[in-house]
Design a protein around this ligand. Structure first.
Ligand code: FAQ
Length: 321
């Protein structure tokens, strides 16, 4: 007899019904609680990919730390990049509560078994890209993550609360920087516009395929992991950011952009072939990003070995300095 969808071998319809009832009551699911295997698999997939995104996300902006125009901007950028490393750590820990191991997650990233956000495969060409990442990329991430802060899995939702408060600072510093440049010298205005021209479409894409093409949204919504669909989050992002960018005096690179009768901003067609090519590493910097992560993994091997040796000695009760 074939099992109904999402009921794995060894699971019963009664267990699923009790689990669904907890979701309906908006109870948080905690690590030791019974959960469907598919709920666990989906969470590990999504949380580990989120963790990889934070870690790979350090690379495009990290390149600009030693090129920042002032000490103030350098300090802000260093703090931001360091925050992303911390977010990666919280998220790897959240995935570990579900039984995923760090080694397997890193291996999945490096062998492309796991994805990370398409947005971080785009290059940073000028200093305003740093501001535009803060304004648009953190802006899109916050819309998504504020929603995930209400998700049904306790450790993920709690990690999101802290991450969102830090991302809010990132968003504000990016917006402040771009608004300043948009009102600055002709060269500064051009730099801000170039950055918008390059980051606008990738920022819309990073919120995922349209709902009709999103295979995971159905079950994620059913189990209270996603409280809004990809298109709903994209609409929120668009409604906030389109008028603010226009007010800053910038031109959004979409001739079809308009507001509908209900006041919602409507974008033109998204080039999803670019999105998939960027994810696969056929376009953009995917291969370079993974090579950089592989090098970091190789160069850090001695630290992991030293830690393991220390832990083994400590377990035997041998004193270690
Ligand atoms: N890039 O069925 P759906 C940040 C994949 S953090 C690559 O719609 P789902 C902070 C998706 O994995 C940014 N792949 O998937 C920061 C699936 O493939 P799979 C990351 C993508 O999960 C700021 C397939 O397409 N945020 O920016 C992308 O329901 C500045 C079908 O898609 C998170 O990860 C994409 N953009 O919805 C850091 C938040 N979109 O896995 C530094 C958590 C989709 O089946 C600087 N994740 N795919 O092989 C989520 O909310 C969801 O996973 C979505 C995708 C909304 C990303």
């Amino acid at each position: 007899m074939t099992q109904p969808k999402h009921i794995a071998e060894g699971e019963t319809a009664e267990q699923h019904a009790a689990f669904e009832a907890r979701i309906q009551r908006r109870e948080k699911i905690e690590p030791g609680d019974w959960m469907p295997a598919e709920y666990r698999r989906q969470l590990i997939r999504m949380i580990s990919q989120h963790a990889h995104s934070e870690v790979v996300g350090m690379l495009p902006e990290g390149e600009w730390i030693d090129k920042a125009p002032t000490l103030k901007r350098k300090t802000i950028l260093m703090a931001k990049v360091q925050d992303e490393a911390g977010h990666g750590q919280y998220l790897y820990h959240a995935a570990e509560t579900l039984g995923a191991t760090r080694e397997d997650m890193i291996e999945a990233l490096l062998t492309r078994r796991a994805k990370y956000s398409s947005i971080f495969n785009y290059p940073t060409h000028n200093w305003a890209d740093v501001g535009m990442i803060g304004w648009l990329v953190d802006g899109a991430a916050i819309k998504n993550q504020t929603m995930l802060a209400g998700c049904s899995y306790g450790p993920y939702s709690r990690a999101m609360v802290r991450i969102c408060s830090e991302e809010t600072f990132h968003h504000k510093q990016g917006k402040e920087m771009i608004v300043l440049y948009a009102q600055g010298t002709p060269e500064q205005r051009q730099m801000a516009q170039d950055a918008l021209n390059r980051w606008w479409w990738p920022a819309l894409m990073m919120l995922g395929p349209h709902d009709a093409d999103s295979p995971n949204t159905g079950v994620l919504s059913q189990w209270g992991i996603k409280l809004k669909t990809n298109d709903e989050v994209r609409q929120e992002f668009l409604n906030e950011h389109a008028p603010e960018l226009l007010e800053a005096g910038l031109t959004i690179p979409d001739p079809d952009l308009h507001q509908d009768a209900a006041g919602n901003w409507v974008h033109g067609p998204i080039d999803w072939s670019e999105f998939w090519a960027v994810i696969k590493g056929e376009q953009g910097l995917g291969n370079e990003r993974l090579a950089t992560r592989q090098a970091a993994q190789d160069e850090g091997a001695w630290v992991r070995e030293a830690l393991e040796a220390y832990m083994n000695r400590a377990a035997k009760g041998e004193a270690a300095d």
